[in-house]
Design a protein around this ligand. Sequence first.
Ligand code: TEU
Length: 564
Amino acid sequence: MQKKWWHGKVAYQIYPKSFLDTTGSGTGDLRGIISKLDYLKDLGVDIIWLSPCYCSPLADQGYDISDYYNIDPRFGTMEDMDTLLAEAKKRDMYILMDLVVNHCSDEHPWFQQALTDPDGKYGRYFYMEDAVDGHAPNNWRSYFGGSCWEPIPGTDKYYFHAFHKKQPDLNWENPEVREEIYRMMNWWLEKGLAGFRIDAIINIKKALPFTKYNYPADRPDGLVRVTRMLDDAVGVTDFLNEMRDHTFAKYDAFSVGEVFNEKKEDLPAFIGDDGCFSTMFDFNETIFGVSEKGWYDSTHITPEDYKECVFRSQKNAEGIGFLSNIIENHDEPRGVSRYIPAEDLSDTSKKLLATIQFMLKGLPFIYQGQEIGMENFPFTSIDQVNDINTRDEYEVALKAGLSPEEALAAVSYYSRDNARTPFQWNDSPNAGFTDGTPWLPVNPNYQSINAQAQIGNPDSVFSFYQKLISLRKDPAYAETIIYGVLEPYMADTKGLMAFYRRGEAQTLLVLANFQKEEQAVSLPAPYKNVICNNYDTVAFAPGSSERCPSQIQLKSYQAVVLEL
Ligand code: TEU
């Protein structure tokens, strides 16, 4: 694998709307981000991915862009963006923006012009298709519920949207569209952007013609999930290689793909040495247990499932390319609430999860608030939910016969708003996020979980993340942590997630006791050093001692990294 400038870095995702509000509007802004660059630097972050802050009606919180060349006034100005780029550069930090080009907003001028003339130049920027016998061209269901097809007023045509109807899909088959997109990307890269996180990208290639691909319905609504068509959509990497050659390659830019439903054999084409992206997220854990019926029918993940998912991803990518590892993002519940059983949630178990994430092979992405152990929101009413995806899933659950209480409980576990509540800076009103009314309620636990209480406290979750980041950059271990081969250890032992990282200079062994009960673990060899530990000490199992440490006694949720 060729070595790249970003391999040893640590990345951090900012969701601008919920990070820090400097104007009292209730919505976070770029000035807020600029004022916290030192906080991020102090944590050890190098690369910052900003979720969208372009002009947008915010129907899907900015993932519906109406002007790719401007900053939405709610987030600030282009001058603020330029300041952010310059201030980041001063601190040797890199800024990524979100590239949302599967679709744009229905309020984008391209789409507005397309509506007035569906057969004209801009009509061909989208998928505007004739009705079939007065109906939509096929039976695909959009990600956010309902048909993928919306009638175009005053015509007998429909336009296609894989996501919300306010997010019409761009027609990637049209070379003019691709040119427009590459021009825009280069414009941003010229400004000094380090690269992009690439949204929902697998969807740009459709199974065409649309009318040919009606599939058997998978729900009583008579529709089939739009992802079904991806099995028949061939050639997405042709588009992506073209994109790389016209944009990233010229700037040595970094790109991380948000790829779901990829075909396994496509992995080298995505992230291999000549792949179309630098890296892509590992979503194996987040998609565990998904049900075609909806969130209400999905299976919750257990620590054993988690281990299996992670090891499978690591194995698939070994020798091919670099994955990006997350425990959460703006589309997922909080990782600590999802992967740790509720009754065991504590600073100790949060640190265990952090240790696992940071000791995997790949690029770690921290999602804002993860570094202070932010948790899911205790929803008591669907009125507290803003997210369109959660609201749709709530309706789906009700239609399936769940009571309102059951439906709320079912969607609370998965809701994207869990991760979107305002960042908890301190214990003052609204957690120091805003002087106004926050756009989404602040988690009531902010008085105990906030950044101010943790910075400088050596036992805090925040300080633990700092330690993990320093370890990744420590010249004594970096090579092994970044490039060492991951090999599972005692993978069949329940409640234990353990693995080697075998590097040229040394072998590390990560032992995570992923359960409340203590557990004795045999060591394959004596260890030289404990290089990370979420407890103060390592205990020996009966019969073992420091001189002959064949077995160690891991405490509840203890995670240690040993140098063998
Ligand atoms: O997500 C793409 C995607 O596939 C989502 O539907 C994801 O499966 C879902 O959010 C899980 O609940 C990206 C963005 O990350 C997301 O925020 C946007 O809503 C979506 O694209 C449309 O742009």
